[in-house]
Ligand binder design. Structure first.
Ligand code: TRP
Length: 360
């Protein structure tokens, strides 16, 4: 097996390449295929929205064909409970649609990967293209193992990045919008595509090497101002929260004792994060908002944040409420997504079998 060293680093290089790719997508959206995904571990919150969902919706609206994989098998890698998976898949789909993903455009598909057998089958040849040592070195997996607090790590944890390569390559995805933590998985996917082509399809490649697309979006901290926004840390505002709940949560947000509001992310992370959220929901600069509040203190800041977030998310939340009333429609969206994903996966698996000398 060819084993050039997998480069699990180089954030700056990925950022520079993303800017070039961004232009290319604007000019030729239909030449690409965007593949994105989430684990169904709960509903989406404001941090997900400004951190990634908004960017995906923007690319989708440029006209890039879009596959959204709901990675339900991956939920089993770092937790024991699976009780909420079906409900989470349903709620996640509602969040996507409410945020502006439009599956009625004929080129946008949402599906849970557990329903696409031919996608999952790609995992088997892919596993033979990487070494145990390479999987062991994946920095994101290492961090997740630490964070899971589990003593016995199942093999799914070490191999899910290979499964993720199947998620991306089954439809020959070319662009994957991701956060920094997913770059190692993308690099592994590219290595698998390259090694597959080299080993089985020299001169006539089966898979493209998909490119990660990093966005400029800031990392949104939770209302504690201390860690990334996350439902499990109890510091999140869900997209599905109503206006009163949003107001209540923001009232409890942490600020500091300096009444004069300034934008200073290094020294005043809590206040600056709240200013950033106002900025994202109004399009105004955080420094300008801070100057306007002046010595109005945390009270004024929170009032402004409540109003601007509620106003910004009002249309999304109204759509969300409508979609919640129609579970049959959500199921239909997923069924269509699964069907389209299977069509792609069957074609790819046939090609894969053929080049591996496993055709009949
Ligand atoms: N691993 C990703 C996460 O934890 C989810 C995911 C699964 C994914 N398959 C994917 C993301 C394919 C992008 C492309 O968020």
């Amino acid at each position: 097996m060819t084993t050039e060293r997998i480069d699990y680093g180089s954030f700056e290089a990925a950022m520079a390449k993303s800017r070039i790719l961004e232009k290319e997508l604007e000019n030729n959206p239909e030449k690409h295929k965007m593949l994105t995904g989430d684990r169904p571990t709960g509903r989406l919150h404001v941090g997900h929205y400004f951190g990634s969902l908004q960017n995906r919706v923007r690319l989708h609206k440029l006209g890039v064909p879009t596959f959204i994989v709901i990675a339900d098998y991956q939920v089993l890698t770092d937790r024991d409970t699976f009780a909420g998976i079906a409900e989470n898949v349903h709620q996640l789909t509602i969040d996507y649609l409410a945020a502006g993903i439009d599956p009625t455009d004929g080129r946008t598909f949402i599906f849970p990967h557990s329903h696409v057998p031919e996608l999952n089958q790609l995992l088997l040849p892919f596993l033979t293209l990487v070494t145990n040592a390479e999987l062991d070195r994946n920095p994101t997996v290492k961090e997740e193992i630490l964070a899971s607090g589990q003593k016995n790590i199942n093999a799914g944890m070490y191999t899910y990045p290979v499964h993720q390569a199947a998620d991306i390559l089954f439809c020959k995805g070319t662009v994957v919008p991701v956060g920094k933590d997913q770059l190692p998985h993308l690099e592994l996917t590219r290595v698998i595509a390259r090694r597959f082509n080299h080993r089985f399809a020299e001169g006539n490649p089966v898979f493209p090497e998909p490119q990660p697309l990093l966005s400029e979006a800031p990392i949104i901290l939770g209302l504690d101002g201390d860690q990334k926004m996350s439902k499990s840390r109890n510091n999140a505002i869900m997209l599905s929260a109503d206006e009163d709940e949003t107001a209540r949560l923001i009232k409890r947000a942490k600020t500091d004792s300096d009444r004069v509001i300034t934008y200073d992310p290094d020294n005043r992370p809590e206040v600056s994060n709240l200013l950033m959220l106002i900025s994202l929901s109004t399009g105004r600069k955080p420094e300008e908002i801070a100057a306007e509040i002046g010595d109005g203190g945390g009270g004024q800041l929170k009032k402004m944040l409540t109003e601007s977030l509620n106003e910004y998310f009002r249309p999304l939340r109204a759509r969300r409420k409508e979609l919640e009333k129609d579970p049959g429609y959500i199921r239909q969206v997923l069924k269509q997504g699964i069907q389209a994903a299977r069509d792609e996966a069957i074609t790819t698996l046939n090609e894969v079998r053929e080049v591996m000398n496993m055709g009949l």
